[in-house]
Design a protein around this ligand. Structure first.
Ligand SMILES: *[C@@H]1O[C@H](CO)[C@@H](O)[C@H](O)[C@H]1NC(C)=O
Ligand SMILES: *[C@@H]1O[C@H](CO)[C@@H](O)[C@H](O)[C@H]1NC(C)=O
Ligand SMILES: *[C@@H]1O[C@H](CO)[C@@H](O)[C@H](O)[C@H]1NC(C)=O
Ligand SMILES: *[C@@H]1O[C@H](CO)[C@@H](O)[C@H](O)[C@H]1NC(C)=O
Length: 415
């Protein structure tokens, strides 16, 4: 949040200027943009909601070729706080490339720190259902096999690691109800911990997070209709809501109503569980939201809002004081993770966006850098989720996995 003086004038960040800056403490892979470029551009600017912000006409000076060179830089910094997160030579390092072309990494993004693993899932969309485990030492990927005790986790989506157990939100299918699963990362034994409310199915738990205050802990999960349309082919039987499971008290309570958040998606708490963050889901009709296929059922849902909200969490674990924290430029702010400094990381159509606890956009890991030369096809979602793993970011790009080295640990081991 300092050193703004050494930034260049707005829109003067040509090829040369960026190199000059990079000769300082910063890395060649970081492009610095004036934070004011997010709200003030030359009068002939022309942005397009079907394209990345970086493809906005008027954002870069110089030739189209120079602009193109800038817009595929891996890291876009609007604030030095973002630039300082990265190791001096940090880049997007490809650590896994699926040899058969099948996806292995889409959703979840949880760091199972004491086993040096990152768990990844398929999300409950389409005909592919998997949970894969990435070994962070060897960069190998193995499927989670929970068949030992006959439990099959169908269409796994979000998850969390808490007290030595992995919790997975499974969106189910027509025959297997959506559920929250608990999986032992050593034995891979799985059990269902929540699957119904007064005998009715959930619609499709999307993501979950554990909050802990003193001797109490609660699992919060979002339940939304997305997977119903994709997998189950029926309309929801209960209203979408955010739910709270208290295993000690043996209760599942609705804690946020669908009139507060229509299609709750990503969910996380901050380090001391005093704040709860939840993202909403725009309708598929929004240009650039990443979805092009529209059918009548899919029109049914959608808040038309790609918002990120923050709530205070009371001592007794109830969310209140809803505040709008941000709106994604494009797409669903889907993958949602918090670092220990309270920064909010979201996987959006343009990339992984990092916001300060008060909502300032600090920077972005650039989706166009992952798409490479295909910058014109920016509607194709290059990434959706990621994991914050100590001093590394692990980025899920479906058939590929990238790693980014940070300058310091941003998420410590949780006990
Ligand atoms: C916006 O971008 C899309 C995709 O690149 C393109 O098809 C469309 O024509 C653009 N719209 C305008 C108004 O430039
Ligand atoms: C990734 O693997 C595919 C084959 O599955 C291959 O065509 C492609 O060139 C590889 N990409 C990289 C960057 O290694
Ligand atoms: C899933 O399978 C159905 C039926 O086989 C097919 O119509 C649909 O296109 C498939 N969806 C995807 C995302 O592959
Ligand atoms: C649901 O998933 C299970 C486990 O993969 C599978 O056996 C079953 O056929 C699926 N049901 C439907 C209706 O697709």
């Amino acid at each position: 949040m300092h050193c703004l003086a050494r930034r260049l004038q707005p829109f003067a960040f040509s090829f040369l200027a960026a190199s000059a800056l990079a000769a300082g403490l910063e890395n060649q892979n970081i492009l610095f943009l004036e934070p004011s470029s997010l709200y003030k551009l030359p009068v002939d600017f022309n942005g397009n909601s079907s394209q990345s912000f970086l493809q906005t006409d008027g954002l870069f000076k110089g030739t189209a070729r120079q602009a193109r060179f800038q817009m595929v830089k891996p890291f876009i910094a609007y604030d030095d706080e973002f630039a300082n997160l990265f190791a001096a030579d940090a880049t997007l390092e490809l650590i896994y490339n699926s040899s058969d072309g099948n996806p292995v990494s889409d959703e979840m993004g949880i760091w199972v720190w004491d086993h040096n693993q990152v768990w990844m899932s398929s999300a409950g969309v389409g005909n592919v259902s998997y949970t894969y485990i990435l070994d962070l030492n060897k960069h190998t990927v193995k499927p989670l096999d929970v068949s030992s005790n006959g439990i099959s986790i169908v269409n796994p989506n979000g998850g969390g690691y808490f007290n030595g157990k992995v919790y997975i939100a499974g969106t189910g299918n027509m025959s297997i109800p959506p559920a929250i699963y608990e999986v032992d990362p050593v034995t891979h034994e799985a059990q269902v911990v929540v699957d119904s409310y007064f005998g009715l199915r959930f619609n499709g738990p999307n993501d979950l997070t554990w909050a802990k205050r003193q001797d109490k802990s609660w699992l919060f999960f979002t339940d939304d209709p997305l997977s119903y349309y994709f997998n189950n082919g029926k309309y929801p039987t209960i209203p979408d809501a955010v739910w709270r499971w208290d295993p000690a008290e043996k209760t599942v309570l609705p804690v946020i109503d669908r009139t507060d958040i229509l299609v709750p998606n990503g969910i996380r708490v901050n380090k001391d569980s005093t704040k709860l963050y939840i993202t909403d889901t725009p309708s598929q009709l929004i240009p650039g939201s990443g979805f092009q296929e529209v059918s009548s059922m899919e029109l049914y849902y959608g808040s038309d809002s790609s918002s990120i909200y923050v709530f205070d969490l009371s001592e007794d674990g109830f969310p209140h004081n809803k505040r709008l924290l941000g709106i994604a430029q494009r797409g669903i702010p889907d993958g949602l993770h918090l670092d220990d400094a309270g920064r909010i990381w979201t996987g959006e159509q343009d990339g992984i966006v990092v916001r300060s606890p008060t909502g300032k956009v600090l920077g972005m890991i650039n989706a166009l850098a992952i798409q490479g030369e295909q910058v014109v096809d920016s509607n194709k979602m290059p990434l959706q989720n990621f994991a914050l793993a100590g001093y590394k970011i692990i980025i899920f790009a479906f058939t590929k996995i990238y790693q980014v080295q940070l300058s310091h640990t941003i998420v410590k081991n949780m006990t």
